[in-house]
Ligand binder design. Structure first.
Ligand code: HEC
Ligand code: HEC
Length: 389
């Protein structure tokens, strides 16, 4: 009787909220409801995402990897990276974040093409003025088009910079240098998928773009002229758009299917505990997209498990700063597709979900402590629920 009731609660939750079911599918596949032309663009973008770039085509001279899918690869194209860590370094002084562009920028590139190696440069060095450094693991990109389509008002409505409701959680939206709402990146400092893709091409792969036609420097020194054989821009507007379209149309990962009444019971209890101990104070289970020209993104529900706001996570998680984020502030990590990740927290320090939760501090200290003091069986329910995402 009790189990049947929980199963009902679980299936009924969606209907109660008055929403159609959230969009979801298999990792690496596209959104349902795309037109034939949109599906063609998705696969053209996917081919570029997989393409290995050579120095003759614009790779480098400094770079981290030679294709997007070298990092975004698991369990399908667009997913997480294995051991890959991007090295970042910044200077945080008087509440202001300096990306140290004059010393080569915050992304400290690890590799050089043979032409640059011939000049004795094998990689970039940590900028001498950096006050903090950090490592970033590769996040999954599944569902980001829906995340991009969430209306700004929806995200801003959850801001509580002065913690007016007294729950110990004071989220605020990140901003880009030109003042737009920053919903992308761990430091919430990029506004659109296109902006992110433009930066990824430049910093991860060393390709110039229509927006930035000059090569990045080597720790502030210009690159030797004979190390850059490709004409600029090395990536054209069409390439930027196709790559963005591929990312935009990736479907969010569906949770595991319910195997039995007992399993439904476990997941429903875990889901309730997730709310009861305050995890949903930041990891908002679902948000709705606003209007979009793309029917597959128009007024949809996405179970992202994030408010997309910045939160102070305490000194234990301190790393680099972002344009409006201090070294201890991060955008709430989305938990959709969590079961497909084996390295957790921004630098991948946690190998299990329990370790990741225990690593929370700052605004999440209360929720972390509540988790730590839970009865064993309740912890089990909660972890089973998280493991189903
Ligand atoms: C060297 C590894 C690496 C390569 C190559 C790479 N990425 Fe990433 N990607 C990352 C890391 C690390 C992050 C997180 C950075 C951050 O949050 O500041 C990221 C984040 C992203 C995001 C934002 C995710 C979010 O949740 O906000 C997008 C979009 C993205 N990458 C697309 C691409 C595209 C497109 C390419 C190819 C042009 C690419 N990446 C190449 C490592 C990589
Ligand atoms: C104050 C906001 C906040 C609260 C409350 C909070 N989290 Fe988080 N959570 C975050 C942020 C921010 C990150 C990313 C931290 C990082 O990358 O270092 C994160 C990361 C995670 C991750 C790792 C995801 C990944 O892929 O790396 C898990 C799992 C997680 N949270 C679960 C929980 C659970 C369970 C609770 C309740 C006990 C909880 N969180 C409460 C903000 C919060």
């Amino acid at each position: 009787m009790r189990r049947a009731l929980w199963a009902l609660v679980l299936t009924g939750a969606v209907a109660c909220a008055g929403h159609e079911e959230a969009v979801r599918g298999e990792p690496g596949t596209h959104l349902p409801g795309l037109t034939d032309a949109q599906v063609t663009e998705f696969f053209a973008g996917q081919a570029l995402f997989n393409k290995v770039f050579t120095p003759e085509e614009g790779l480098g001279p400094l770079f981290n990897e030679n294709q997007c899918s070298a990092c975004h690869t698991d369990p399908a194209i667009g997913g997480v990276g294995g051991f890959e860590r991007v090295i970042k370094a910044t200077r945080f002084e008087g509440g202001v974040c300096d990306y140290l562009s004059h010393e080569g920028g915050e992304n400290v590139r690890k590799r050089a093409t043979p032409l640059l190696q011939a000049h004795g440069v094998l990689k970039e060095e940590i900028p001498p003025s950096a006050t903090e450094r950090g490592l970033f693991i590769t996040p999954p990109l599944f569902g980001l088009g829906l995340v991009e389509a969430i209306a700004e008002e929806t995200i801003l409505a959850a801001e509580d910079p002065d913690d007016a409701n007294g729950d110990g959680i004071s989220g605020r939206a990140g901003r880009t240098p030109d003042g737009r709402l920053g919903r992308f990146s761990k430091k919430a400092e990029l506004a659109t998928i296109l902006d992110f893709v433009e930066g990824a091409l430049r910093f991860e792969m060393g390709l110039t773009t229509p927006l930035h036609t000059e090569e990045e420097t080597i720790n502030g020194r210009p690159i030797p002229p004979d190390t850059d054989p490709a004409p600029d821009p090395e990536a054209d507007q069409r390439m930027l758009e196709l790559l963005s379209t591929f990312v935009r149309y990736l479907v969010p990962v569906a949770p595991t299917s319910v195997r039995s009444a007992a399993h439904a019971d476990t997941l429903a209890r875990g889901r309730q505990l997730f709310e009861d101990i305050g995890c949903t104070g930041c990891h908002t289970p679902s948000l709705r997209t606003g209007g979009s020209d793309v029917a597959a993104l128009h007024h949809k529900t996405v179970d992202l498990y994030s408010d997309l706001l910045l939160h102070d996570m305490g000194p234990g998680l301190a790393g680099v700063c972002g344009f409006t984020a201090s070294p201890t502030e991060y955008r709430t990590e989305m938990l959709m597709g969590l079961r497909h990740r084996s390295n957790l927290l921004h630098d991948g320090r946690a190998g299990t979900i329990a370790d990741a939760v225990m690593g929370h501090g700052g605004e999440a200290q209360r929720a972390r402590d509540a988790f730590a003091s839970m009865a064993f069986l309740d912890q089990y329910f909660l972890l089973q629920f998280l493991q189903s995402l």
